[in-house]
Design a protein around this ligand. Structure first.
Ligand SMILES: *Cc1c(COP(=O)(O)O)cnc(C)c1O
Length: 402
C-alpha cells in the first residue's frame, strides 16, 4: 500500500510548506492553529505505520469492497474508438469514492485519541459516508448541513439519522455547503481537544488536501496494477475524472502525476454554460483567493465575494477547487474541460443504454468529454466512475420526460 509514498521533489504534489505552486497553505484563525498543527505534524507519520495501513487495507477490502473493478466497457469503447476502462467506484459501500477518505480519517482520528467527529455536507453524500464510519467505530457524529440542502436532500438526511448522526442546520448566508463548512469550522474552534473534523474533499487548510488525496490514491494504485494485469502496461494514455472539490480526481491522478505521458483530464461542471452565469467551472472562471482556509482558484466578484455556483449535480456545486487542481491547471499538467448539465445527462443516458450502468450525475460529466478527445483505437482510457446514480433518479426521470 502506497498511501504514505514520499513525494518530495515532485512538481505536482504538496511541498514542505503546504503549497502546490502558489496554491494551498493554511489560512486559519489563530484559535484553530493547535488542531491543524497537530494534524500537520502527525498525519504522515501515522499513515506510514504498518498497523495503520493494515487496518485501512482490511476495512477497504472487507467493508468497502475494494479493489473496485476496472471494467473494459466494450460497447462504449466501440462508440468512441478507443479502449475505455471504467474504474468502478460506484460499486463501493455507500455508492461512491467518498468512503475511502472517511475510513482513512476515522482511523487517524482514533489514533489521535479523538472522541467526537464533525463534518460538513452539501448533497449529503459526504455526511452519509461520515455517519457510516462513525457508526462503524462507535464515535459521536455531528454533521452540519445548510437548511436549504436539508430540505432538498431529505433521503440523505434520513440515512444520516438512521446511522446515528446528529444533523445540525446551518441557517446563515445562502444556507448551503459553504455555510455548513463555516459552522463546522466554528464547532472545531470551540472543541479543539476531543474533536476531529473530517473534510470531504481535497480542500481546506494544509494538510487536508494532501491527506485526502493520499487516502483516495488507492484508486490510482489499483488502476496501475489492474491495467498491468489486463494490458501488460500500467500506464494509460488518458485518465479522466470529474472535479467538484477534486478528491476523486486527485485519487485517480495521484500515482500518474510524474508520468508525463499520461494525460490527466479534469472535467468541471459548466452548468447551463460556462459564461451563462449558472456554472461551476471554477478553473475557467476563478481567480486566486482564499476559501475555507486554502489559497486557490475561486469564483468571486470584483470585491472578493463568493459567487454562488450552479450545477445539476449537487456534488460538483462548489465555488472553489482543491489547490492541487488549481496548480495542475495553471502548470498545464492537467487538461481542464467542462461539461454542461445537458451534455452530462446525455452521457448518463448513453452509459445506461450501452453498458447497463446508471452513473452518478457527477461521474457523467467525465463521460461527457469522451467525444472531445482525439482518441485512437490503441489508446487506453480510464474514466473514474466516482459514484452510482440511485441518488439522481429523480433528476434523470424528470429530464427523460422533457
Ligand atoms: C461528492 C462527489 C463528487 C465530487 O467530489 P470530488 O471531491 O470532486 O470527488 C463526485 N462524484 C460523486 C459520486 C460524489 O459523490
Amino acid at each position: 500500500m502506497n498511501i504514505a509514498v514520499n513525494t518530495k521533489g515532485s512538481k505536482y504534489h504538496v511541498n514542505e510548506k503546504g503549497y502546490y505552486g502558489r496554491f494551498g497553505g493554511a489560512y486559519i484563525p489563530e484559535m484553530l492553529y493547535p488542531n491543524v498543527e497537530e494534524l500537520r505534524t502527525k498525519y504522515l507519520e501515522i499513515m506510514s505505520e504498518p498497523s495503520f495501513q493494515q487496518e485501512f487495507e482490511a476495512l477497504l477490502r472487507d467493508y468497502v469492497g475494494r479493489p473496485s473493478p476496472l471494467y473494459l466497457a466494450k460497447r462504449l469503447s466501440e462508440k468512441y474508438g478507443a479502449q475505455i476502462y471504467l474504474k468502478r467506484e460506484d460499486l463501493n459501500h455507500t455508492g461512491a469514492h467518498k468512503i475511502n477518505n472517511t475510513i482513512g480519517q476515522i482511523l487517524l482520528a482514533k489514533r489521535l485519541g479523538k472522541k467526537r467527529i464533525i463534518a460538513e455536507t452539501g448533497a449529503g453524500q459526504h455526511g452519509v459516508a461520515t455517519a457510516t464510519v462513525c457508526a462503524l467505530m462507535g464515535l459521536e457524529c455531528i454533521v452540519y448541513m445548510g437548511s436549504v440542502d436539508i430540505q432538498r436532500q431529505a433521503p440523505n438526511v434520513a440515512r444520516m439519522k438512521m446511522l446515528g448522526a446528529e444533523v445540525i442546520a446551518a441557517t446563515s448566508g445562502s444556507q448551503t455547503l459553504k455555510d455548513a463548512t463555516n459552522e463546522a469550522i466554528r464547532d472545531w474552534i470551540n472543541n479543539p481537544v476531543d474533536t476531529h473534523y473530517i473534510i470531504g474533499s481535497v480542500v481546506g487548510p494544509h494538510p487536508y488536501p494532501d491527506m485526502v488525496a493520499r487516502f483516495q490514491s488507492v484508486i490510482s494504485e489499483e488502476i496501475r496494477a489492474q491495467l498491468k494485469e489486463k494490458t501488460g502496461n500500467e500506464l494509460p494514455a488518458y485518465v479522466i475524472a470529474c472535479v467538484g472539490g477534486g478528491s476523486n480526481a486527485a485519487g485517480t491522478f495521484f500515482h500518474f502525476t510524474e508520468e508525463e505521458g499520461v494525460k490527466l483530464v479534469a472535467v468541471e461542471a459548466a452548468g447551463q454554460g460556462v459564461h451563462s452565469g449558472y456554472s461551476a467551472a471554477t478553473s475557467q472562471l476563478g481567480k486566486i483567493g482564499v476559501i475555507h482556509a486554502s489559497k486557490t482558484l475561486l469564483m468571486q466578484t470584483e470585491d472578493g465575494q463568493i459567487v454562488e455556483p450552479h450545477s445539476i449535480s449537487a456534488g460538483l456545486d462548489y465555488p472553489g477547487v482543491g489547490p492541487m487542481h488549481a496548480h495542475l491547471y495553471e502548470s498545464g499538467r492537467g487538461l481542464f474541460l467542462n461539461a454542461t448539465d445537458d451534455e452530462s445527462l446525455q452521457a448518463a443516458y448513453e452509459l445506461c443504454r450501452l453498458e447497463g450502468i446508471i452513473p452518478a450525475l457527477e461521474s457523467a460529466h467525465a463521460l461527457a468529454k469522451l467525444k472531445e478527445l482525439e482518441l485512437k483505437p490503441s489508446d487506453v482510457v480510464v474514466v473514474c466512475l466516482s459514484g452510482r446514480g440511485d441518488k439522481d433518479l429523480e433528476t434523470y426521470i424528470k429530464n427523460l420526460q422533457k
